[in-house]
Write a protein that binds this ligand. Structure first.
Ligand code: SF4
Length: 493
């Protein structure tokens, strides 16, 4: 028997990876779920219960044995009960030796003569790029429903984090059955293909320590920050199993010409080839290698910009919860932040709060470099401007002044580390946080709790911690900027 929800959750959460299925099969020791993932799970249950109350009278099938629940579901469907909560649907899978698939949708809702299948999801949006596991769940339920009633459901829906009901077009069960087959095969026979580690992919996964320890011991090229998942797979196809083989197998020129899939197209490694080979040298020597003189905007006056948001790649909305800026030189009013309250309205107000803060800085100091770390900040800025508007062109001015310190650091130094996250690079700059990385990860959970709670004192305490985190990130950016500027005077490899 294979529970559809468990199989898809193992495969997709926090990011899609078949190796997680294999880790579970082998009983690999894992760390506990992060505070963030636990909070998401709690909220999903809370939202489901909230929707249950909203629907009014429902037939609740959440209790009893599986046999009883299955029989009661088919009976309720036959009798056209208007709303059924936690029905159980079962059918034999058309793969392997025909394992039984079991699905437990949140709701079946009668629409004229047939049922709509509705899931309550703690996501803002679900499509093939964002949170596709919700689409797969709905497809699995549709297939199970059809297998039991011999007709397709009247529709598929998910309720998003803001309580909006979205329709999903049913494209047939091919995708979900293929995924369930893969989970079944790996769960039965083990992993047959290479699944590389990746900074973003593994960040919140409970097997992170295990997989990275193995990849580092194997000198897997995937541990190099400039080698993305697609390139790691391509290198494996080319017979490269260890990063130590790269300098003998490629020059910077031949590595630059290697192509790997990128979306629907193929993309050459290009300029990253030299970065990759320098990262190999850093790993082999265990030392930081200065690659070239950092190219940074000059001047003592600048702005640091940092956005805290829910991670996109997990079961979440990618929503920004703090927009923070800090001006130099440091003074009592250097730091300004804007924190999002609950729901879409809270996100919108925080956005306009940020625009007011940025407008005040631009008015007082004119156009200055806005230093930030990674694409995340820029992507959110452009996304919010397009979603909520940028009437006075403030976001546009900020976007034109953005300078990505992460790219500058990556170009300037090769570090013997698996990531160019701010938390890693700041250590090379001699910056020490007052709080551990784990505490920082818990800030996301703190924020979610803060916007949900009715307790004002608790909310204010939780939000203070989140703002502390934003200030500490900005301080880390300041330290790295100072470090890179110091290297600019001395660096030449
Ligand atoms: S740590 Fe990474 S490679 Fe390992 S199971 Fe998790 S996502 Fe997959």
């Amino acid at each position: 028997m294979q529970l559809v929800e468990l199989a898809l959750s193992r495969l997709h959460r926090p990011t899609r990876c078949l190796r997680r299925v294999d880790c579970v099969r082998r009983g690999v020791a894992s760390r506990d779920l992060s505070a963030f993932l636990l909070e998401m799970r709690r909220l999903e249950e809370y939202k489901e219960e909230e929707h249950l109350h909203l629907l009014g009278e429902v037939l609740d099938l959440a209790h009893g044995t599986l046999e009883e629940q299955t029989a009661a579901t088919l009976e309720a469907i036959g009798e056209r009960v208007p709303r059924i909560y936690r029905p159980v649907l079962r059918a034999r899978a058309p793969f392997g030796d025909g394992p039984e698939l079991v699905g437990v949708p949140h709701f079946l809702i009668l629409d004229r003569d047939d049922y709509v299948i509705r899931e309550v999801a703690y996501v803002l949006h679900a499509d093939e790029t964002h949170n596709p596991d919700w689409l797969r769940r709905l497809e699995a339920y549709a297939w199970l429903y059809e297998a039991n009633t011999l007709r397709p459901p009247a529709g598929l829906q998910y309720v998003n984090v803001d309580g909006e009901v979205h329709d999903v077009a049913y494209q047939g069960p091919a995708k979900v059955l293929d995924e369930l087959r893969q989970v079944y095969e790996v769960g039965t026979n083990g992993l047959a293909k290479y699944e590389p580690v990746g900074e973003v992919r593994c960040r919140l996964c409970r097997f992170r320590e295990h997989c990275f320890a193995k990849a580092l011991a194997d000198k897997d090229p995937a541990v190099l920050p400039a080698v993305d998942l697609s390139l790691a797979r391509r290198l494996r196809e080319l017979g490269i199993r260890s990063y130590t083989e790269l300098p003998a197998a490629f020059t910077a020129k031949t590595l630059a010409a290697v192509e790997r899939p990128f979306g629907t197209r193929m993309r050459r490694v290009g300029r990253k080839a030299k970065v990759i080979l320098d990262q190999v040298s850093a790993f082999e020597s265990g030392r930081t290698i200065r690659r070239k003189k950092p190219e940074l905007p000059a001047g003592d006056r600048y702005v640091l910009f940092d956005v805290l948001g829910l991670p996109e790649q997990v079961h979440a909305s990618g929503r920004v919860y703090v927009w923070g800026i800090e001006t130099s030189p440091l003074g009592a009013d250097s730091y300004r932040s804007s924190v999002a309250g609950p729901g879409a309205k809270g996100g919108r107000e925080a956005w306009f709060g940020f625009l007011r803060n940025a407008a005040a800085v631009l008015k007082k100091q004119g156009d200055l470099p806005f230093f930030h770390w990674s694409r995340f900040d820029k992507d959110r800025l452009l996304e919010y401007a397009s979603r909520w508007g940028d009437r006075d062109g403030i976001a546009d001015r900020v976007a034109r002044n953005l300078f990505d310190l992460r790219l500058a650091a990556r170009d300037a130094v090769a570090i013997p580390d698996t990531s160019y996250s701010i938390c890693t690079v700041e250590q090379h700059a001699g910056f020490r946080r007052t709080r551990s990385q784990q505490e920082s990860d818990e800030d996301i959970a703190r924020y979610i709790r803060a916007v949900e709670t009715k307790d004002e004192a608790l909310r204010s305490e939780l939000l203070d911690r989140v703002i502390e985190r934003n200030r500490e990130d900005l301080a880390a950016n300041r330290a790295v900027l100072g470090w890179l500027r110091g290297l600019a005077d001395t660096a030449e490899s």
